[in-house]
Structure formats: structure tokens, C-alpha cells
Design a protein around this ligand. Sequence first.
Ligand SMILES: *Cc1c(COP(=O)(O)O)cnc(C)c1O
Length: 386
Amino acid sequence: MKTWTVPLADIILGPEEIEAVKQVLESGWLSMGPQTLKFEEHFAQFLEIKHAFAVANGTAALHLACEVLGLTTGDEVLCPALTFVASANAILYTGAKPIFVDINGPDDLNLSVADARKKITGQTKAIMVVHYGGYPCDMDAVAALARSHGLKIIEDCAHAPGAVYHSAAGPKKAGVLGDIGCFSFFSNKNMTTGEGGMVVTDDDDLAGKLKVARSHGMTTLTWDRHKGHSFNYDVVARGYNYRLDEIRAALGIVQLTRLAAGNARRRELTLTYQKELQDLPQIDLPFRQAPAGSSHHLFPVLLQKGLSRSNFMAALAERGIQTSVHYPPVHKFTHYRRLWAPGFDHRVPLTEEVAERVLTLPLFPHMTAGQLTAVVDAVKNVLANV
Ligand SMILES: *Cc1c(COP(=O)(O)O)cnc(C)c1O
């Protein structure tokens, strides 16, 4: 494995995580149990939401959201093309079809509500928003659109744990702004359990369905049976095994305590990056005008049209700087191309333009001032020679 001077992302696992995992191992109970419940309680308190269910990964959270909202074959779900493929895959699992929505533009890579409105048909049942890079979407506008067309709202909050949206009704955390919020704790996210996720809702009926669907559609849980509270069960819905285990829940409890400080540090680094890079004519900085409240998961930049992104990324890699692309747009992937007639136009021109230009620079909470300077110097140095 190449060791980078500045990796794209990195995680902090301290003695607290090691101790928490050790205690689980010593307890002798590894599958979903008291740690998982505690993680869910802490996460729900953090978001100020009624229900939170820990799941195996963020994709499982999205799938359960689609499932319990009753999405099925023939339904259409509005969803950005500029996202990780998991968002759209989760829609496909139910038989429903993602309808790709364009971004607002190079300054705001979040989904355009105006474009979403244009793509609503008689089959549209839901809208899945992704808070790109941790920057909250315009959720007041999304909610108004959803209300006027009877759509359900799924928030993909994989980038946005702890992000705050300033709605007309006051500040609220990402994840509580729609019908169901979905989080990922994959290793490169703002908090991690290795693999893991959380699905949250304020709706008691949806909560009941989520809980059942997460665990085989069964009416009692493994932990209840273990405790001897229940010796029989029924299966009342199509279910999955999407549970999180105790080891990862214990990690999550500790990681959640690090989140606020980590996000604050990500914000400082982002502001420094912006100050250092804003005058470079060869790059544009999306979200420079974004309201405060982002969880700053990513620091994306747009390379000027005509410059080779692959050469630029390779030159940075030579200087020990790891970069990535978030994202190759979903509708361009082979599997997705096959779902539509050849040549079908998804009408996401701004996404297509930005997707050619975007790359992500390193950003993680314990990135040092020296590492940030190394990235900025490398960027300036490479651009001075193109
Ligand atoms: C990471 C991510 C997911 C999927 O999460 P997993 O935990 O890896 O399944 C979904 N959507 C977006 C936008 C992501 O970044």
C-alpha cells in the first residue's frame, strides 16, 4: 500500500474505542444487544428524534427506508445522479426506479428542487435527497415540493451526521428533515464503526416497520429471546438481517462523542482551504456561499474546463497527496445505462459538466496545518506548470 504524505481521509481510534470493544468481547454477547440499544438511544438524543435503529451499513438503512415507505415496482423516486451508487441501488432493490435529478450548479452540488419538480410524474412516490459533502439541501423547498405532490422524503445523510439545516422553523439536524433519515458509519465517513449505519424517524408507524424489517420481519428480537422474554415469534413482513453487532455499536457510542469536535475541526480546515485557494483562476470552490451548518465531510474543488483532471490528480499523487472523485454520476454506469433505452437523455447537464471537473482534496479532523499547507502548495505548484 502506498503511504501518502496526506491521505484523502483518516480516522481516529483511541484507547476509548479499544476499551469499549474489549468490554464487549469480555461480556460474551456479540450480536445485537445492550450496546446496540445504547448506541441507538444516544444517536436519537443527538438528533433529537424519537426513533433510531442501528443497521449493518448505510445502504441497508436506505433499503429499509425505501421498503417501509412501500416503494415497489412501477414507482419512481427522484434522486440525484451526483451521489454514491448506493443511494440509487437502494431504490432499485424495491423494484422502483430512480429518476435522476440535476444539481443546482457549480456553486451548489446539491439536488435542484426546480429540476426535481419538472421530473415528477403520476408514478413519483418519493424524493431521496443527499446532503452532498455534508452541506444540507434546501429542505424547506424539498418539503414544500413533497407536500404539494404527496411525496415521501428520504434523507441520505451518509455525509451529514451532525450537519445543521437552518429551516424557516429554526435550526434542525440533517436526518430529521424528511420522513426517514439514513446514516452510514463506513470507515471514511465523519464517524465510523467500520461498517454500520443508522435509520431514524419521528413516525411511530414507520419505526415499527423499520424495527421488524431489520430483523427478518420477526416480532421478537434475538436479544429478547436470549433474555428469555420470548420463546415464540411470528413473521409479519418481508424482512432482512440488517442488524448491527455489539462490537460495532460499542465503537459507535465512542465515535459519536468525537463527532462534534471532528466536524468543527473539518470546518476550520475548510475555511483555511477556501482562503488559500480562492484566488486560483484554474479552480472553482463549490459551496463557498453555503450557509453555516455543514458537517464538512468532503472538500470538493472544480478544475477549470479543458484541464486534464487525471493528469492533475496524478501530479498530486506524485507529491504524496491522495485525491478522489465524488462522484462518477450514477446514470453513466453500465448497469444503470441498461435500465433505459440507449441514448436516453436523463437531462442532468450541470451534473455531467461538473462530474468531469470535480475532485476531492484531503480532509479529516486530525489533518495538521502542515498537511494542509502541503496540499495547497502542491495544488499551486502543479497548476503553475500546466
Ligand atoms: C457511503 C455512502 C452510502 C453507503 O453507505 P455504506 O455504509 O457504505 O453502505 C450511501 N450514500 C452515500 C452518499 C454515501 O456516501
